[in-house]
Ligand binder design. Structure first.
Ligand code: NAD
Ligand code: MG
Length: 395
């Protein structure tokens, strides 16, 4: 088995980042760590750095540099800070880069890593949503590859035979349904932050937890799947599957449906992205279908989860719509996390931002640099969403 040795982990202190390092620890793989990066959590970053001995540890928040330096003093590990430094370490030569920064902030470092030709293990779905075709093209041109870590896309990646792509009838993404799967719309209208953060099966970062509660996470994943697997929106469906044992399915023209199964745990999809096409022996309990109990499925309720339709519309509209939707969603989620708006305001803010953006001429041109366009759209949509939040919802 030939596993990557030289690795970088972008967003090492988050939920996916710590699961990645935990997997490496348990599987006992030998690594040369080039870089570890964090947004703000220097205590965890320094602890990880002292264990994994990267050449550089980077914290995005520059006010934390002094503390990071102090914690790493005498270790020989270089400390750095700032968004540029995150991008620089992502651009250093490595065989495998875990892209696990949350949000649009992950795009520039992920692209920098893709330009080196490294294998990109992609958890940061927002970068695909905002610049999917450009990111995939960049990786391919550099001789690299993007392997999805998102469990649904990892599932499809494992069961979709690229040589039989023309025989695929549709992709079926599964969703837990989030904490409000069985709630009424009235209960959702009154939902507290704590209720929205309480995902039934996973402990994840705050942003993706709220995205799971609104099902915007699944909306982002529909766009992610469309780009990764070159599939039109009408051939991507979503099914609510509360047990999260089947991670997604591919239905073929002849009536055969292939599903990928596993425990509801992110470490197996991370292991898959690390060892592919080999398999890393997984030392934790494997799936036991007898104890997993019955597997159930239902259609998502469009009244309760309008985010799904918003995302499909943005994908169909194309151009800057997916990036604008993502930015509006990041703004709305931040406002909800800061207790400025109510839970059901989130999809309303996203929808209204997209409507307003439609009325603002798009300054970008098709031959513009994709990152530049994404940056422009992101900034403009954040400005508009910020206005919507302030004027309409937090008056
Ligand atoms: P998280 O909030 O737990 O961690 C995010 C990481 O990014 C942390 O290391 C944080 O310090 C860093 N970070 C935050 N802002 C930053 C910035 N501006 N610049 C640089 N670094 C920054 O998030 P998570 O749950 O680990 O999710 C990470 C990504 O993976 C997201 O895009 C999410 O959608 C995706 N994902 C997560 C899961 C999961 O189970 N958690 C599953 C599938 C996909
Ligand atoms: Mg997912």
């Amino acid at each position: 088995m030939s596993l990557p040795r030289k690795v970088t982990i972008l967003g090492s202190t988050g939920s996916i980042g710590t699961s990645t390092l935990d997997l490496f620890e348990r599987a006992g793989v030998e690594l040369e760590v080039v870089g570890l990066t964090a947004g703000r959590n220097v205590a965890r970053l320094a602890e990880q750095a002292l264990r994994w001995r990267p050449r550089v540890a980077v914290v995005e928040d520059e006010t934390q540099l002094a503390e990071l330096r102090e914690r790493l003093q005498g270790s020989g590990i270089q400390a750095a800070a700032g968004a540029k430094a995150v991008e620089e370490i992502a651009a250093e030569e490595a065989q495998w880069v875990m892209s696990a920064i949350v949000g649009f902030a992950g795009l520039a470092p992920t692209l920098a890593a893709a330009r080196t030709g490294a294998i990109i293990a992609l958890a940061n779905k927002e970068s695909l949503v905002c610049a999917g075709p450009a990111l995939l093209r960049t990786a391919k041109r550099a001789g690299g590859v993007v392997i999805p870590v998102d469990s649904e896309h990892s599932a499809i990646f494992q069961v979709l035979d690229p040589s039989a792509a023309e025989h695929v009838k549709r992709l079926i993404l599964t969703s837990s349904g989030g904490p409000f799967r069985d709630a009424t719309r009235a209960q959702m209208a009154a939902a507290t932050l704590e209720q929205a953060l309480a995902h039934p099966n996973f402990s994840m970062g705050a942003k993706i937890s709220i995205d799971s509660a609104t099902m915007m996470n699944k909306g982002l994943e529909v766009i992610e799947a469309a780009y990764l697997f070159s599939m039109p929106p009408e051939r991507i469906d979503v099914l609510v599957h509360p047990q999260q044992i089947i991670h997604s399915m591919v239905e073929y023209a002849d009536g055969s449906t292939l599903a990928q199964m596993g425990p509801p745990d992110m470490r197996p999809p991370i292991a898959c992205a690390f060892a592919w096409p080999d398999r890393l022996p997984w030392p934790a309990p494997h799936l036991d279908l007898v104890t997993a109990g019955p597997l159930t499925f239902q259609h998502p309720d469009p009244e309760k989860f309008p985010a799904l339709a918003i995302a499909k519309r943005a994908l169909l509209a194309g151009g800057r719509a997916p990036a604008a939707m993502n930015a509006a969603n990041e703004c709305a989620v931040a406002a909800f996390l800061n207790r400025r708006i109510a839970f059901l305001d989130i999809p309303n803010i996203v929808a209204e931002t997209l409507e307003r953006m439609d009325r603002i001429p798009d300054p970008t041109r098709p031959d513009d640099d994709a990152v530049q366009s994404a940056n422009q759209t992101d900034a403009e949509a954040r400005r508009v969403a910020g206005e919507v939040v302030t004027r309409k919802f937090a008056a």
